[in-house]
Design a protein around this ligand. Structure first.
Ligand SMILES: NC(=O)c1ccc[n+]([C@@H]2O[C@H](COP(=O)([O-])OP(=O)(O)OC[C@H]3O[C@@H](n4cnc5c(N)ncnc54)[C@H](OP(=O)(O)O)[C@@H]3O)[C@@H](O)[C@H]2O)c1
Length: 206
């Protein structure tokens, strides 16, 4: 057996089995291709609403008693940059992410006299199945993103998770509301057109 495996089995594994009961990462998420609300499949709309809000709420409620008992724990809620702004063509997705931001803020207030850390991470684009983005400076891989985001735990209650996304978020905060609305709508329209072309190409290939 390799030394690395021995270290894992005898040290890391037992430690992890103890601390895993005190860490909850609510990452599950579902999104639509950008479109008008009435053009999105009803069942998909319902699923986005449920998948993005129900588990985070119920799992937090379920795990908190043991965290309170030991006065320790970390809850990480994965939101989205799209939860901070009203994002056209992502009506339900954007609203569910605003729910996550609001919910996490309330929990932080409720449990502020404990040592439980409740953090919201609101990424911009990450190159995953959901975004269909290629890896770039502003679209890191999931691994790169997590490596950065993990360093912020315990330091900031709300973060974009990595420097490129934090730069974008900070830049957005400097702009007046009408300008943000204009930029977001243009950006969302481009995403909507790109998704339409992608769908047409997929249909042609079938
Ligand atoms: N990628 C981005 O650009 C981006 C930007 C902002 C925020 N986010 C957020 O980051 C989180 C992770 O997203 P991602 O980019 O990694 O997307 P992803 O690649 O599509 O992964 C989504 C995850 O959610 C799970 N999931 C979806 N529906 C489910 C269901 N009904 N039951 C059980 N599991 C379900 C998927 O499980 P399976 O693998 O089993 O399907 C998968 O593990 C999400 O909350 C998303 O909103 C992503």
């Amino acid at each position: 057996m390799k030394l690395r495996d021995r270290v894992f089995i005898f040290f890391i594994n037992p430690i992890f089995s103890i601390i895993k009961d005190y860490i909850s990462v609510n990452n599950v998420g579902l999104a639509n291709d950008p479109d008008f609300l009435h053009e999105i499949d009803l069942e998909l709309n319902a699923n986005i609403l449920i998948v993005n809000t129900l588990p985070i709420s119920i799992l937090s409620a379920a795990i908190l008693p043991q965290m309170i008992k030991s006065n320790a724990g970390i809850i990480i809620n994965i939101s989205s940059g799209g939860g901070a702004v009203a994002f056209p063509y992502f009506s339900i997705y954007s609203s569910t992410k605003a729910y996550i931001n609001h919910f996490s803020k309330i929990l932080r207030s409720e449990y502020s006299n404990t040592n439980i850390i409740i953090q919201t991470i609101s990424p911009g684009h990450v190159a995953t199945n959901m975004s269909s983005e290629k890896i770039s400076y502003f679209s890191p891989s999931a691994k790169e993103f997590v490596e950065d985001a993990i360093k912020t735990i315990g330091f900031v209650p709300e973060t974009a998770g990595c420097i490129p996304h934090q730069i974008k978020a900070a830049f957005g905060m400097l702009l007046p509301h009408f300008m943000i609305e204009f930029l977001i709508k243009n950006f969302a329209k481009k995403m909507k057109d790109a998704a339409k072309i992608r769908k047409q190409n997929e249909t042609k290939q079938q």
